[in-house]
Write a protein that binds this ligand. Structure first.
Ligand code: PLP
Length: 376
């Protein structure tokens, strides 16, 4: 058993009261009071044009892929160093996945890598804000606009993250792309167990998104009296979560500042103490690029190689602390290789796959206990 787990889902204490309140409304399916409270919170706080709660970031990515109206063989560029869902959403639509490499200094997509990957069939670039650390959005917007491509931000872990552009204006992650996706999985800063959100910043997709979100039907127009029949209009699925999930999420959103402040404290404790406490391992410590804010989602370091990482992870295990690695490059994954895609070489993605270590970080982590365990 670990005395310090890698993650511990935080609850504010108000979740149950809001769930009870939702049951009193007599409407527990999707798109009720709490769903709307959450969606308008995000729209007001971050300036997103329209948001849709979903069951997961995975579902939000699948919804975005449906909205892009992709054809078999269309190409989507995304980083190899990401969670499988980023790729799956497009593989499910019959697209060809084209993997880009990471930067060398942080795991965001290497924009310099993109022009050589763009072809006449490319439809979209997906940028993953790894661990809430922003990609270079000025550069990404320039490339996607130059080639007339959709830009999707996978901001799964990016809530409260931001980017400061060349014009020095600070903008929230998720406000740049035609689409952006967020996760409220229990491992993310704000959670409802399993949950997610699709952000639409280009208004022309909103009507269609209402159909796709509602199982491909015109349920919303019908409910508003704008349609006299309730029919199958487009492809879609059951993307909208129940009011129970939304009520839980609302309790967290109400206390987002306190949650973030608590994570910030732990992040800075790591920054100030871990290098000294782990000096013997000679790790390369994470840096946050100048253009990026910090939403305190994760704290990581790089070991020298796979074997060295194993030693560090074992050291933590013996101290009853759970430190973990992260994504395995998708360009080397069994599924990708089984599809007869040719083996490609993306050395930065492999570097982060083999060398990255994440340390425990959650609200109210007991740093005194962590220190004591590390020194024992
Ligand atoms: C967590 C994560 C996801 C998946 O989110 P779910 O809500 O669990 O589906 C997708 N992409 C990235 C980059 C993630 O970190």
């Amino acid at each position: 058993m670990f005395l310090i787990p890698f993650n511990k889902p935080f609850s504010t204490g108000n979740e149950w009261a809001y769930i009870q309140d939702a049951t009193k409304e007599g409407k527990l399916a999707a798109d009720g009071k709490y769903t709307r409270k959450c969606q308008s919170f995000f729209e007001k706080k971050y300036g997103f044009k329209k948001t849709f709660l979903t069951h997961s970031c995975t579902h939000a990515l699948e919804m975005a892929a449906l909205l892009m109206d992709l054809q078999l063989g269309d190409e989507i560029i995304l980083p190899s160093y990401t969670y499988v869902s980023t790729a799956n959403a497009f593989a499910l639509r019959g697209c060809k996945i084209v993997f880009a490499d990471c930067r060398s200094d942080y795991p965001g997509i290497d924009v310099g890598n993109l022009p050589q990957l763009i072809t006449a069939k490319t439809k979209a670039i997906v940028a993953v804000h790894y661990g809430g650390i922003s990609c270079d959005m000025d550069e990404l917007l320039a490339v996607s606009q130059r080639h007339n491509l959709y830009l999707l931000e996978d901001a799964a872990a990016g809530i409260e993250g931001y980017y400061t552009g060349k014009n020095q204006i600070k903008r929230p992650l998720g406000s740049f792309g035609h689409f952006a996706t967020f996760s409220f999985h229990e491992t993310k800063n704000i959670s409802c167990g399993e949950g997610g959100m699709l952000v639409i910043n280009d208004a022309k997709f909103i009507d269609k998104a209402n159909l796709v979100w509602n199982r491909g039907t015109n349920k919303k127009d019908f409910a508003l009296g704008k349609a006299n029949k309730y029919e199958w209009i487009s492809l879609g699925s059951a993307f909208a979560p129940s009011e129970i999930n939304a009520a839980w999420l609302w309790a967290q959103l109400e206390q987002i500042e306190a949650i973030q402040a608590s994570r910030e404290k732990v992040w800075h404790w790591h920054q100030d103490n871990l290098p000294k406490l782990l000096e013997e391992f000679d790790l390369e410590w994470m840096t946050v690029p100048k253009h990026s804010g910090n939403n305190f989602h994760l704290y990581y370091a790089l070991a020298k190689n796979l074997k060295h990482r194993e030693q560090v992870l074992n050291f933590f295990k013996h101290k009853k602390i759970l430190a973990v690695f992260h994504y395995q490059s998708l360009h080397s994954s069994p599924y990708y290789l089984s599809q007869n895609f040719k083996k490609i070489n993306l050395c930065q993605a492999d570097k982060f796959s083999e060398r990255l270590i994440r340390f425990p970080l959650y609200s109210n982590l007991d740093t005194d206990k962590l220190k004591q365990l590390l020194l024992n």
